[in-house]
Design a protein around this ligand. Structure first.
Ligand SMILES: [Zn+2]
Length: 501
């Protein structure tokens, strides 16, 4: 069943009405209905017809790609196809500028409700309701998600420094790494989240929380002879482990030598923390072209981001990605993650769009684009071409992922609750779509061997018409570390300047 079209009625308050300037319209005080106001001013005269013309002009700016069902549809009906149809029914009214609660710009796109999202994130950093006890082992994640999202929204999060340092201290184990809470086993994912949270609040007080010597020994104990990392002692080995370890090692400037106790230690000294990581990533590329969590599993958006992130920390993406991955097949799989009319990304083949893949899949594109910019392989796509529809992703995020009620926050899709996880990763995806990242050519020799970090340059993406308002641009984040680049530089510079541990 197609979406129900809802007519909007607005009143004019000031100046000349113009479809190209919807800021001049204001929602009526009574829900959706135009009424005569008690003002005697002519400027408040309600002109329904002009309003409808303005709405139609805005709707006309939306490409039919985002407002109509796909022209070709598989006749086979399955549970999956039914869920897909239901999802399209849910999102189309939002994409078509028909949400009664929302004001759209002249491109049919709502504004980023920045203040509401900030308030939602600030609340998520405070005391949470009792049901969140189930998320007790994810406390470091809440720190990272909220602080990172606040930073992208332009907030100064350094005021959280003392509180984050104290919380992080309570989660650190003497044997190295951070658990999800006090007296919990150290885990690669929670350690990654703590380190990023400390980098976000910045400063010596935060950095000095980390027992780097114990951290180094702990990482050595997780390093496996096949190149990968376990996520915790005795736990599973997967690509999350490799990505988190690579981020932790390079942010904290840890030595790469292995301790003799490491399962990957070699007496001849030929193995280190990064030995075999790229080969491990290579083994995770599947027949579809995407990347799975472990060799011989299903390709998934989040693992794809982890894979590219790992490689980009080992060497220049233009050199290392084509060396270890089949780029054409990877790009084909990655591109197939974006759906129309939704505009958002799915995480796997035959799955539904979900706002968080705006980061996991969307975050792969800056790294792939950096790879193509550098690569001279004529068989690869030209680097100047955007490999995904930035317009589609921005429409999905701003139209469908924002909770427009006073709760705020961002979400998977309409009908789902907003949460800190989706707020962080949807905004990260928005940042990817709004910017273009380039690697400084002078940093061609930057890699682990030369101990130089390549400098990324973020520019507003300007190709084509900008469909979002200028004030709705979020801050760019580093394409690998997923926090603002100045925070990456600061923590790395701090530890590089230190002698020993
Ligand atoms: Zn999600």
């Amino acid at each position: 069943m197609g979406p129900k079209r809802v007519a909007f009625r607005w009143k004019r308050t000031t100046g000349t009405m113009s479809p190209s300037n919807p800021q001049q319209f204001q929602r009526p005080s009574s829900a959706g209905r135009t009424t005569e106001t008690n003002s005697d001013s002519d400027s408040e005269f309600v002109d329904e017809e002009i309003f409808i013309n303005a709405r139609q002009a805005a709707s006309a700016m939306i490409d039919s790609l985002f407002t109509q069902l796909p022209p070709i549809k598989d006749d086979l009906v399955t549970h999956t196809s039914e869920l897909q149809d239901e999802t399209v029914d849910i999102v189309l009214p939002f994409l078509s500028g028909e949400d009664e609660e929302v004001q759209y710009n002249e491109h049919g796109v709502p504004n980023l409700t920045r203040e509401k999202h900030i308030q939602f994130l600030q609340q998520s950093l405070g005391r949470l309701p009792g049901r969140f006890v189930a998320a007790d082992a994810s406390r470091p994640w809440f720190l990272y998600w909220c602080l990172s999202a606040l930073a992208m929204l332009g907030e100064d999060v350094s005021s959280y420094r003392e509180a984050v340092a104290e919380t992080a201290r309570s989660m650190q184990n003497d044997s190295g790494g951070f658990g999800g809470g006090g007296r919990q086993l150290s885990h690669m994912a929670t350690t990654y989240a703590v380190v990023l949270a400390l980098a976000l609040v910045g400063g010596e007080e935060a950095y000095e929380v980390v027992d780097r010597k114990a951290m180094w020994k702990w990482l050595c104990s997780l390093k496996q002879p096949d190149g990968g990392f376990q996520v915790c002692l005795g736990g599973e080995e997967d690509i999350r482990g490799a990505y988190c370890a690579s981020v932790i090692i390079t942010l904290l400037d840890l030595p790469l030598d292995l301790t003799p106790e490491s399962p990957a230690y070699k007496e001849d000294g030929s193995a280190n923390l990064f030995t075999g990581v790229a080969d491990y990533v290579r083994r995770c590329q599947t027949f579809e072209g995407g990347i799975s969590g472990q060799p011989n599993a299903e390709a998934h958006g989040a693992y794809a981001f982890c894979a590219l992130g790992c490689l980009a920390l080992l060497d220049h993406p233009g050199r290392i990605i084509p060396k270890y991955l089949n780029v054409r097949r990877f790009v084909a799989w990655l591109s197939a993650r974006q759906y129309a009319p939704e505009g958002g990304f799915s995480g796997r083949t035959n799955k539904l769009v979900d706002g968080c893949y705006s980061h996991w899949v969307g975050g792969c594109f800056p790294l792939v684009e950096a790879c193509l910019n550098k690569s001279k392989d004529p068989k690869l796509p030209p680097p100047t071409q955007s490999l995904f529809s930035r317009e589609g992703l921005i429409r999905y995020i701003l139209c469908c992922c924002q909770d427009q009620t006073k709760r705020g926050g961002l979400r998977d899709k309409p009908g789902k609750m907003s949460d800190a996880y989706h707020t962080c990763y949807v905004l990260s995806g928005l940042s990817s779509a709004q910017h273009q990242w380039l690697l400084d050519d002078d940093d061609e020799d930057a890699n682990l061997e030369t101990a130089k970090t390549p400098e990324w340059i973020a520019l507003p993406y300007l190709d084509g018409e900008q469909i979002f308002d200028a004030k709705d641009r979020v801050r760019p984040i580093h394409p690998v570390y997923a926090i603002p680049q100045p925070n990456v530089r600061a923590i790395q510079a701090y530890f590089r300047a230190k002698e020993g541990f």
